[in-house]
Design a protein around this ligand. Structure first.
Ligand code: AMP
Ligand code: MN
Length: 211
């Protein structure tokens, strides 16, 4: 296990820790961008109140509810749909990073990450509900976003998306899941990561030039 990582049961032994659960919901799709670029999969993330990209979910108190019931409650608030999540959907638990984006055992916040595959129709229902009936819409959640997994001729797509700013370990949770679930090939992912680093460096230079 990577440093700061633990099993779900080990994590629950820490009764003084706070716990937060988040989930990556995704589906297959046959739709094509511009009628020719296959999208393959729809992966849902959200623009958070703090301007960072992250996965839906939030704080759970394991003394009052199971991690999964708490996550489903959070999903009802943020998405307007109580998507059921089970222990089988659990991927990893780790201490929240202080700042660096990697897990840290000095933290008292444990993050639990889940992945759940659903039908495309359910994704569409979630997107509608998230913008209409979800209690957190326009407050904690500014909008749901789909992750572009493709790369366009001009180099846009996944690499651009990865060059945005993410909450905590959300970026590595996304990248690791894309790789593990074979949603993007290792070669394409490597290219997208390189591209996002280039873009990041360029935008840092642009920002400096504007000051
Ligand atoms: P939330 O209520 O969704 O903001 O999540 C509860 C806590 O978890 C907050 O302190 C967030 O900063 C933190 N958090 C949310 N998502 C992630 C993530 N993917 N990686 C690290 N920390 C996160
Ligand atoms: Mn949240």
């Amino acid at each position: 296990m990577a440093s700061g990582q633990m099993s779900r049961d080990e994590a629950l032994e820490c009764t003084r820790c706070r716990h937060a659960c988040h989930v990556m919901l995704y589906s297959e799709t046959a739709t094509q961008l511009f009628g020719r670029i296959p999208i393959w999969y729809i992966v849902l993330m959200q623009m958070r109140f703090d301007g960072l990209l992250g996965f839906p979910g939030g704080f759970v108190n394991p003394s009052e509810e199971t991690l999964e019931a708490g996550l489903t409650r959070e999903l009802l608030e943020e998405l307007g749909v109580a998507v059921p999540v089970s222990t089988e959907d659990h991927v990893e638990s780790c201490f929240s990073p202080p700042r660096s984006g990697t897990c840290s055992s000095s933290s008292r916040l444990i993050l639990h990450f889940y992945v759940k595959k659903i039908e495309e129709e359910q994704i569409r229902e979630i997107e509608k509900a998230a913008a209409s009936t979800a209690a957190d819409h326009g407050l904690e959640v500014l909008g749901m976003v789909r992750v572009p997994l493709y790369t366009t001729k001009s180099g846009g797509g996944l690499s651009c998306f990865l060059s945005h700013s993410f909450i905590g370990v959300a970026r590595s949770q996304l990248v690791n899941s894309l790789l593990r679930l074979h949603l993007v090939s290792p070669g394409d992912l490597r290219e997208a990561l390189r591209g996002s680093q280039r873009r990041h460096a360029e935008s840092a230079q642009n920002l400096q030039a504007q000051q």
